[in-house]
Design a binder for this molecule. Sequence first.
Ligand code: DX5
Ligand code: ZN
Length: 227
Amino acid sequence: MSTHAAASPLAPPIAAPSILSADFARLAESLALADPARDWVHCDVMDNHFVPNLTFGPLLVAAARRLTTAFLDVHLMVERPETLLAGFRAAGADQITVHLEACADPGGVLAAVRATGARVGLALKPGTPLAAAGRWLAGVDLLLVMTVEPGFGGQAFMEDMLEKVRAARAWRESHGARYLIEVDGGIAPDTARRCRAAGAGVFVAGHAIYRQRDPQRALEELRQAIR
Ligand code: DX5
Ligand code: ZN
């Protein structure tokens, strides 16, 4: 586990720059944008099976861990995520999010994430209804509502996911649950604002930050939009 104490807040609203869209030859610079006192850093792990893309593993997360004290939000888009939990936690992940669709035994996998000491996230692809996660929602720290099909940055926000965010907020209220609601995919100031109104608390953004001329300013605009 990391020796860095997570300096980041757990109180929404939280902006989470996604390094998927960053220049990996300038990882230090990319991570320096994030303010450990208020932002998270989102790490997209893809295995070319669960999604048709391949990114990085614990080695890169460990490098990120050495470059920032910000809260590391690790999003696993992999099959059999249970086989990788210890490795990502040892690399310094503060939170590990698994996809419901990737788990043969979701309750077992979520308990295994908890046992690592990381915060526990559960992600839903756009086609997976909130009801499919109902059995596990009370026990997670974060519900990730994918607002694009997972796999690639730079896709268009799916408007109909706003309804899932509203449903997730309503479920949380009616069941006294505590999870944060995170949105991921096509998030920019305007879509973030609408997701915030619908109940989201954590806003992942790749292209809207790292593919802008001035990424630091773009991040500030996102922070302003979700205030
Ligand atoms: C997509 C990833 C996202 C990605 C979002 O599968 O989970 O985290 O970085 O990228 P943008 O913000 O460019 O849509
Ligand atoms: Zn992601």
